[in-house]
Design a protein around this ligand. Structure first.
Ligand SMILES: C[S@@+](CC[C@H](N)C(=O)[O-])C[C@H]1O[C@@H](n2cnc3c(N)ncnc32)[C@H](O)[C@@H]1O
Length: 294
């Protein structure tokens, strides 16, 4: 196993990719943005408050990206934390942000195939990753990988992109999907709040809380709120000096602004329902993903 704790110069995800083609979230990361979720840090904080994470909690985070939420979770001193991130560089980056502790691990792996044991966690959390999945992978991820590791009555928190209003015509929704995908260069399938709720409840969760924040990912005020003034200035400078990156960021911003009335950050907190599907097997730690020791 490699000790990433001391690695400071680890590459950012996508650092080897072509700026004109790379996923929008890794482009923003390369330009100095660390939080890559639609409702910003404020909505993440609201979600974490609602999840009421404490010292007894055993946490699984899907797709931690660059570890912004992982660090907030650490402040709540959970009993253990495991994150699964499919991008190896992002996983290393996140691992490097976290305390060295055998109860804390970041693994490289697909959230769709975790092999996490049933009933082994009290909180599962994931941000800005389901919106990047088409319908069936979204449902499978929630039904199998988020549901299974939770003990019954325990909590699942998601922070994703919503389309509004709830009765938006499907043709307009498809237009938004296409516009977003064309600028971020990854699949974009945000749902209405009701559709997110239905998706969760359809696999046995009970939604107990929903919160919203405007989708201001690329607005200056949100950048300052999320990244801090110095990092926001650094991001601005990085955008100014790189023509190709600037073109892409402006295209992303144009789409966000064009559909600003139809896009929102959303969090939902759901509890695993009691019932025959809720419990199975004894709690144990999984080592089927590649674990980065920290
Ligand atoms: C938009 S970024 C969000 C990162 C982070 N959650 C945040 O909010 O800042 C999407 C992240 O999801 C990860 N990801 C997407 N699909 C995944 C999957 N099936 N399994 C694990 N990670 C995944 C990507 O590698 C990336 O880190």
């Amino acid at each position: 196993m490699t000790d990433f704790h001391s690695v400071q110069t680890v590459d950012l995800p996508g650092s080897d990719l072509d700026v004109t083609k790379m996923p929008g979230h890794w482009l923003l990361a390369r330009l100095c943005k660390r939080g890559l979720r639609p409702g910003g840090l404020g909505l993440t904080r609201a979600m974490l408050r609602h999840l009421a994470i404490g010292p007894a909690d055993e946490i699984v985070e899907f797709a931690p990206g660059l570890g912004v939420t992982a660090r907030s979770i650490m402040q709540r001193r959970p009993r253990c934390y495991m994150a699964g991130e499919r991008d190896a560089k992002a996983a290393r980056w996140t691992a490097g942000q976290l305390p060295s502790n055998p109860e804390i691990s970041v693994v490289v792996g697909q959230a769709h195939h975790t092999d996490l044991p049933a009933a082994s966690s009290t909180v599962v959390v994931g941000e800005a990753m389901l919106s990047m999945q088409t319908a069936e992978p979204k449902r499978l991820l929630i039904a199998a990988e988020a549901f299974r590791p939770l003990r019954s009555g325990e909590r699942y928190g998601i922070h994703e992109l919503a389309v509004v209003p709830g009765d938006i015509p499907s043709v307009q929704q498809r237009e938004i999907d296409r516009a977003l995908s064309s600028v971020i260069h990854v699949v974009a399938r945000p749902l209405t709040a009701a559709a997110w709720k239905t998706l969760l409840e359809g696999v046995g969760f009970r939604v107990i809380g929903i919160g919203y924040a405007p989708m201001h990912l690329l607005r200056p005020l949100r950048l300052i709120q999320d990244e801090g003034i110095l990092e926001a200035l650094r991001l601005a400078k990085n955008i100014m000096v790189d023509d190709a990156a600037r073109e892409r960021v402006l295209a992303m911003r144009w789409v966000c602004e064009r559909y600003r009335r139809n896009l929102s950050g959303i969090y939902l907190i759901a509890k695993k329902g009691l019932g025959p599907r809720a419990e199975a097997g004894a709690p144990q730690r999984s080592h089927s993903w590649i674990i980065l020791s920290i």
